[in-house]
Design a protein around this ligand. Structure first.
Ligand SMILES: CC(=O)Oc1ccc(/C=C/C(=O)NCCc2ccccc2)cc1OC(C)=O
Ligand SMILES: [Co+2]
Length: 175
């Protein structure tokens, strides 16, 4: 079922998530709830902590050229570890936990990642482009980091100002 997204500045987003030990039906239900929640929010990536579950589980489902997401492109990633990274690239990122805010973030251009699938089978892939960016963005969530922490000092000031203004508007409109 669709779960509520935990939104900045909720301090649960700063937790370090724990490794998955049991690849059981409970994990499979979590993966299914994460997928429904990600799709309902128009997301292309989601970490379990974003629905309040501190486990090292993330989903990535990149759209194709026409912008459509297909179940066969869904990556279910458990206990990921980056084995190697190369180069540098910048991309304007967004996050379901920081709605309405986008900014440029610098990340490795190419990565080699090891992880486990829902059956506990080890996988190893090399990724570049948007897939490498998505992996790094979601893996940051597993360590309690949001993309806004990587902004330059001035961009962070811009974000805080915009965020406060939006919170005031929301409070006014809800009164
Ligand atoms: C209004 C609002 O908040 O818009 C959104 C912002 C972010 C997102 C989703 C962001 C997302 O999936 N990020 C995954 C991490 C990632 C970021 C950049 C590149 C790869 C992977 C969806 C939004 O909702 C709509 C309707 O577009
Ligand atoms: Co995110």
């Amino acid at each position: 079922m669709v779960r509520k997204i935990v939104v900045y500045p909720d301090k649960r987003l700063k937790q370090r998530s724990k490794e998955v030990v049991d690849f059981n039906n409970e994990l499979h239900l979590l993966l299914d709830d994460m997928n429904e929640t990600m799709l309902a929010g128009n997301g292309i990536g989601l970490a379990a902590i974003q629905i309040g579950v501190p486990l090292r589980v993330l989903l990535i489902n990149l759209p194709d050229e026409e912008g459509n997401q297909y179940p066969e492109n869904l990556l279910e990633v458990i206990n990921p570890v980056i084995l190697e990274k190369r180069g540098s690239t910048t991309y304007t990122e967004g996050c379901l936990s920081v709605p309405d805010y986008y900014d440029d973030v610098e990340r490795a251009e190419w990565i080699r990642v090891e992880f486990y699938n829902r059956h506990g089978e080890r996988q190893e892939i090399e990724a570049d482009g948007l897939l490498a960016i998505a992996f790094q963005h979601e893996m940051d969530h597993l360590d309690g980091h949001l993309f806004i922490e990587k902004l330059s000092f001035l961009k962070r000031k811009k974000f805080e100002k915009e965020w406060k203004k939006k919170q005031k508007e929301l409070q006014k409109s809800s009164k």
